[in-house]
Every structure is written in structure tokens, then in C-alpha cells.
Design a protein around this ligand. Structure first.
Ligand SMILES: [Zn+2]
Length: 508
């Protein structure tokens, strides 16, 4: 059915319209010249933009925190324990699965202990990921389901588990999520994303994160129910078969080369400022990284890694160079391998990635959450290193393709907040221009997933119809300046994904 969106502002010109025909844009122009359409939606005065793409999402965990226990914003350890207790009382003897606690924002400056969690959780199995999801506190009842965790690196008798021990308990917690609980969570995530003008999410699945069943259930939902498109990634060394089997976008995503700063597990060349005994840990050998890239490049599949600290990022850059030496630069470029987070890249690593066509899948909201004076990055790394983190302007200047994501539930799916964090970066030299940020939040996500249509993410005839309409008469620059100053985001009145209305007045 041909649908006319009428009266919108496009590229600062009011009184425009677009016609959607099937999955594509069939017409764009001033409304006085609009062709006839079967249906007209009057959107007078609203702002029409390309829809957003969130290039790094964990749909089930996001949905569980939307509908269940979310510890973001708790102001103290007792306040967090109270919230856990209230949740446990409301859902007796159910698995408690939550995230969002951040001891660096609490006066106690420490994680809950296993004893405190047993008491607050009323003895239920409980898995509570730290805000960066790279470590978690667990209850005795959950540990009893995976006693092998006690033999793993990163085990801690107080119940705050990191590294391999954390991966073991996370698998056990994931296995305890009931299928109907998972379905509701995935639905909640897709509908929230649609309400926020997001037409596609990149799901970062993997054996240690969410499992194959979880990914297959989400892909099935995306095929059968209205909502944003789901571009699936699987992060497992050498696992290119599953990419072909499930029609995934790549053997990339959260294939962990290291952990995260908050959990002291991001791998750096020098020790942590507040934990001099450690500089984090590399989870793979150089040869494992290179072999993954080699195998994917040979199969023309997109590969990629989660990498945060400078040591992890340099390791991947060495892998890129090794594979380029074998195949030549061009085949590597063709794969558009991707890098998740890329928080602490050296200039030579950025140059390698740019030359070899890599995608930087970054989360500007990390800087808003943890950057700046006296906050987590500075606590962990000291001021000098903290200021160098998430160098968005340098990544853009180096020529990498940049895609924005939230890593939800680490930070909320909220593309406007990502854009304002990028243009208002706490380190002035790292700020992106508004134009760069808009591209990274829209087109960037499609390019990152190797979408074949060069017009994708643009508002032009023949382009796939991925659109969002915003209830604001403010020009874009004023709107974003307001967001940087702390104003709330505009309301999304309509989201169109692949020509289908997934959110708005005429929800279908
Ligand atoms: Zn992630």
C-alpha cells in the first residue's frame, strides 16, 4: 500500500512529504507536488529523520531489566538490597536476574556480598551483573547449580565473580530463564526500541552470553512479529558455520578479547590506577585472534571482537596485519570486520583498522556514564588515561566506519542520548560533529552490518524506508544542543522499518 507521510520537515525544509511503497521510498518532495496515495498520515510540523539503528544490544537481558529487576541509579548498597528484596517478594522462588549496580556510585564503594544477596533474595538463585556486565554477584543457590565455578579463574568467596567464573555462572543463570520469560523480555525490548525510533538492532549473541536458543527465539520473533529488524551476530572463535546456518550478519560481536574497566578486566599495557597488582587480562592468544580473522576472511564472513583496553586492541590490530599479509588488504577490507567498544585505541591501531576497512561499533553513552572528573574511568585509570578514552573524533578522522550502539542493558537503548553524548563528549577533543553523530546513529549501523544497498539510511527515492518522525518543531541543531544541556528527547510519533509501521498512531 502506498502511504504518504505529509507535512514533515526534511533537512530543515518544512512542508515536505514522502511516499512509502512496499519496503522503499517512492517519492520525496514538497507536499504541494505530492502524488496520490492510498493512505495519508498527516504529520504536519514534525521532523522526519532516517530511523536509528542500535548496533550493540542484548535483547533478553534488556527486556528482563525493562520488566524486572533494574539496579541502575540505586544510590547506596542498602538501597540496592532493598530493591532486590522487593523484587524477590514479588516473584517468590523465581530466578532473580538483574543488572545495573555500580559500587563506584555508592558511599560503601563495594559490591554486595553473597551473604547479603542470599538474605535480600530470600534464598533464591540470583545473578546480578555489575553495570558493565563483565562481573556479577551471585547467590549461594545459583552457585550450587554450577559448583565448577569455584575452580575457575576470577572466583571470589565473597560472591563477586569475574572472568571464567563469571562466564560459568552467567551460563547457569541464562539456562534458568524460562522460555516464556525470555519471549516476554525479547518482545519488550523490540517494542521499546520501536518506540524510540529504532528500526533495527544488532543482537550480540554468543555461547557465553545468551546461547543459541536465545538467538534463534529472537530471530523467529523478528520474522513473525512487528518490530525493529534484528541483525544477529555470534561471538565464538571460528564459529562461521552458525553464521551461514542462521543467516547471521557475522561471526562478530561480543567475542571477548578482554573484559571491562569497571570490573578491572579490560586488558591494558600498564596497571590499573586503583589496583596496581593488575592490568587486566587478554582472553585469547595472538594466534587465536588471527585464526578467527583468517577463517572468516577466507569465507568472506564478517568477523569481529569485543576489545576495550589498549593491550586487547593492539592484539587485534596485530591479527588484522597478519591476515592482510596473507590475503592482501583488499579481501580484508571486503569483510568489513568490526570492533566492539574500541575504548582505548592507539594511533597505530586506528590507522591499521582504517586501512583495512574496519567498523568501530562504539557506545558514546559510556563516556556520559563514566567519563569526567572523579568518575569511574578516572578512578580506575587516572586522569591522563581516562581523558584518552572513547576518542570518537579521532576514530572519525582516521576514517573508520562508525556505528553507535548502547550495549543495552549496560546503557539504555536511547539513540538521542548517544548522539548528545558524542557531540557533548566530556573530553572536548573527542567530540564529534552533529553530522558525524547522526550518520553514526543511522547509516552507520546498516553499513556496519554490510547492508547491500548504498542508499540505506538516507531519505531519497529508492532507498529502503527506515524512518522516524519526531514531535518537535525545533531544528536538529537546536534540538541536540538542548539535549546536551540536559533537555529531554523529543517524542517519536512514528517509526517505519523496511516500509512497515512498527510504532505510531496507526500501529500495525
Ligand atoms: Zn555487549
Amino acid at each position: 500500500m502506498r502511504t504518504l507521510l505529509s507535512g514533515v520537515t526534511i533537512r530543515a525544509r518544512p512542508g515536505q512529504g514522502v511516499v512509502i511503497d512496499g519496503s522503499k521510498l517512492a517519492w520525496v518532495g514538497p507536499i504541494s507536488q505530492a502524488p496520490t496515495a492510498k493512505r495519508t498520515l498527516d504529520m504536519s510540523g514534525c521532523l522526519l529523520l532516517p530511523a536509528f539503528v542500535d548496533a550493540h544490544v542484548h535483547a533478553t537481558a534488556t527486556g528482563l531489566s525493562l520488566s524486572g529487576l533494574d539496579l541502575h541509579g540505586t544510590v547506596s548498597l542498602p538501597a540496592a538490597l532493598e530493591r532486590i528484596a522487593a523484587h524477590a517478594d514479588a516473584h517468590p522462588s523465581e530466578l532473580i536476574f538483574g543488572t545495573g549496580w555500580d559500587e563506584t556510585t555508592w558511599p560503601e564503594r563495594r559490591a554486595p556480598t553473597i551473604g547479603e544477596l542470599d538474605a535480600a533474595g530470600r534464598g533464591a538463585p540470583a545473578y546480578l551483573a555489575r553495570v558493565d556486565v563483565h562481573s556479577a554477584v551471585v547467590s549461594t543457590a545459583l552457585l550450587e547449580r554450577c559448583p565448577q565455578a569455584q575452580e575457575c579463574t576470577g572466583f571470589d568467596r565473597n560472591g563477586h565473580l569475574r572472568m571464567e567464573a563469571h562466564h560459568v555462572v552467567r551460563r547457569a543463570a541464562q539456562a534458568a530463564i524460562r522460555p516464556e520469560q525470555r519471549l516476554l523480555a525479547q518482545r519488550a525490548t523490540r517494542s521499546r526500541a520501536g518506540e524510540l525510533g529504532v528500526a533495527a538492532i544488532h543482537e550480540m549473541a554468543g555461547p557465553d552470553i545468551s546461547g543459541r536458543d536465545d538467538l534463534e527465539s529472537l530471530l523467529h520473533l523478528a520474522r513473525t512479529e512487528s518490530g525493529p529488524e534484528v541483525l544477529g551476530y555470534w561471538g565464538e572463535l571460528g564459529a562461521t558455520d552458525i553464521v551461514t546456518d542462521l543467516g547471521l550478519a557475522g561471526a562478530a560481536g561480543d567475542l571477548f578479547c578482554d573484559g571491562a574497566f569497571g570490573s578491572h578486566t579490560a586488558a591494558m599495557h600498564k596497571p590499573y590506577e586503583d589496583a596496581q597488582h593488575t592490568s587486566g587480562a587478554l582472553y585469547f592468544t595472538d594466534e587465536q585472534v588471527t585464526e578467527h580473522l583468517r577463517r572468516a576472511t577466507r569465507a568472506r564472513i564478517q568477523a569481529g571482537f569485543h576489545c576495550i583496553g589498549d593491550a586487547a586492541i593492539d592484539q587485534i590490530a596485530r591479527g588484522f596485519e597478519a591476515v592482510a599479509a596473507e590475503f592482501g588488504d583488499l579481501p580484508v577490507r571486503g569483510c568489513r570486520h568490526r570492533l566492539e567498544h574500541l575504548e582505548m585505541p592507539s594511533a597505530p591501531a586506528m590507522a591499521t583498522f582504517a586501512r583495512l576497512g574496519a567498523v568501530a561499533s562504539v557506545q558514546p553513552s559510556f563516556d556520559a556514564a563514566w567519563g569526567g572528573l572523579g568518575r569511574m574511568y578516572e578512578t580506575r585509570l587516572g586522569a591522563a588515561r581516562a581523558q584518552e578514552l572513547n576518542p570518537l573524533a579521532n576514530l572519525a578522522a582516521a576514517g573508520l566506519t562508525i556505528a553507535f550502539g548502547s550495549d543495552s542493558p549496560v546503557t539504555a537503548i536511547d539513540p538521542w542520548r548517544g548522539i548528545s553524548a558524542a557531540v557533548g563528549h566530556r573530553t572536548q577533543a573527542s567530540r564529534m560533529s552533529l553530522g558525524q553523530a547522526m550518520v553514526a546513529a543511522t547509516v552507520g549501523g546498516w553499513r556496519a552490518a554490510r547492508h547491500p544497498d548504498p542508499a540505506v539510511g538516507r531519505i531519497e527515492v529508492g532507498a529502503p524506508a527506515h524512518l522516524a518522525v519526531w514531535a518537535t518543531e525545533e531544528p536538529l541543531a537546536g534540538l541536540v544542543a538542548g539535549l546536551v544541556d540536559g533537555a529531554g528527547p523529543p517524542r517519536c510519533t512514528l517509526t517505519v522499518a523496511g516500509g512497515r509501521i512498527i510504532h505510531g498512531a496507526e500501529d500495525q
